[in-house]
Design a binder for this molecule. Sequence first.
Ligand code: MG
Length: 173
Amino acid sequence: MFMEWKITFRQHNIKMATRSGIGYDVHRLIESRPLILGGVEIASEKGLDGHSDADVLSHAIADALLGAVGLPDIGHFFPPTDESIKGISSLEILSRVAFELNELGAVIVNLDSTLIAEKPKILPYADEMKENISQSLGIDPKLIGIKATTNEQLGFLGREEGMAAMAVASVEL
Ligand code: MG
């Protein structure tokens, strides 16, 4: 009797469609590392640890863009075992991601991101971050959202053991 509810989705016969991707990343906070977020070095007692510059915000954005077009995550393109990319700027990672998207004929519609950290306040740096990211991706900074929230002092983020970031991206392909 439920067969009357059965539907078959029509195949899209349009050439381009808007696709979305999600990205999430976490890096540990340690002493004697610079804190780099959105390609901006921010004065801080601790910085993020990682194989690259550990720019957690840029990594979440990179994965959102790759996911939107069905490509593997940044670990595939930049494996942590590759010594030649040790300390690489994550803005370079974003440039590579933009290159891969362009190869597929994809166009970035917009992206949005949220940093989850007890500090610092990133609003004063948001415009500079957008400028860096927009230049790496070859898009207008107006297409980029950067926001931040604390974790209300809860869990590993609240104890300032690390920082996390989430991002979503929309892409025409
Ligand atoms: Mg990462």
